[in-house]
Design a protein around this ligand. Structure first.
Ligand code: GLP
Length: 242
């Protein structure tokens, strides 16, 4: 594992964007795994700047997102579809037909999850998967207790995650989604490289567990220790308990 500690959020965003841009420049038809949550927004902003000012070209890139809430249409302003278009895709030259995000409104969710896995395989896997980190150690929506070999599937959200996410739904727990479609831990581990980002004191305990272990399904992020090419990019606050 390569652990990079930067001073603050802006610095991890810039460094993360450099890593992503390096991969695209080396392989213009890269397959990138994107994440949602507040953490990668700065990285996406920097990628947009690189596209606009330095001509970073996304025209041949394919993207797969980690997860989506069940029951939210892409037009809902809290859906991860909406998030990705607003924070990244609308501002770069990605080809719409190369963008894959799980469909929270799929009629047959199990079928859809199998289709999603097949699509990743048809693209010969993900070159670089960006990951955020839940305060409870989740990656994507693989909550504590998720099988470390799990594949894309529907997952019930943890009480803590629902509480954390309720801030985006007018602090109303009733309106906050309780289920999500998520790539599995096994799916994520098949990406050729992982880039896990975390910022702020709220993530310090989860980062300590992720880096120091022990590896446990109760903290799914700990599995990244087993990947040959994991980069953990954190700021001083997130690193403060190491
Ligand atoms: C959600 C997402 C995760 C993300 C996490 C942390 O649960 N499904 O992929 O890592 O939020 O979000 P934040 O970056 O806002 O702390």
């Amino acid at each position: 594992m390569l652990i990079i500690i930067k001073n603050n959020y802006d610095e991890i965003s810039d460094e993360g964007a450099k890593i992503v841009a390096g991969i695209i420049r080396k392989k213009p038809d890269s397959v990138l795994g994107f994440a949602t949550g507040s953490t990668p927004i700065g990285l996406y902003k920097e990628l947009i700047r690189m596209h606009k000012e330095e001509g970073l070209d996304f025209s041949k890139v394919t993207t797969f997102n980690l997860d989506e809430y069940v029951g939210l249409p892409p037009s809902h302003n809290q859906s991860y579809h909406y998030f990705m278009w607003k924070n990244l895709f609308n501002h770069i030259n990605v080809n719409k037909s190369n963008v894959y995000i799980p469909m929270g409104m799929a009629d047959d969710i199990n079928d859809h999850c199998e289709w999603y896995e097949r699509k990743i395989q048809q693209h010969c896997g993900i070159d670089l998967q960006i990951l955020g980190l839940g305060a409870n150690g989740h990656i994507a929506f693989n909550e504590p207790g998720s099988s470390l070999g799990s594949r894309t599937r529907i997952k019930t959200l943890d009480e803590k995650t629902i509480k954390d996410n309720s801030r985006f739904f007018n602090n109303n727990i009733e309106d906050t989604p309780k289920f999500a479609i998520t790539m599995g831990v096994g799916t994520i581990m098949e990406a050729k490289k992982l880039l896990l980002l975390a910022s702020g004191i709220k993530k310090a305990n989860a980062i300590k567990a992720t880096i120091r272990g022990p590896i446990t399904a109760m903290l799914p992020a700990t599995i990244v220790q087993m990947h040959q090419f994991t980069t953990i990019l954190i700021d001083r606050e997130a690193a403060s308990k190491l």
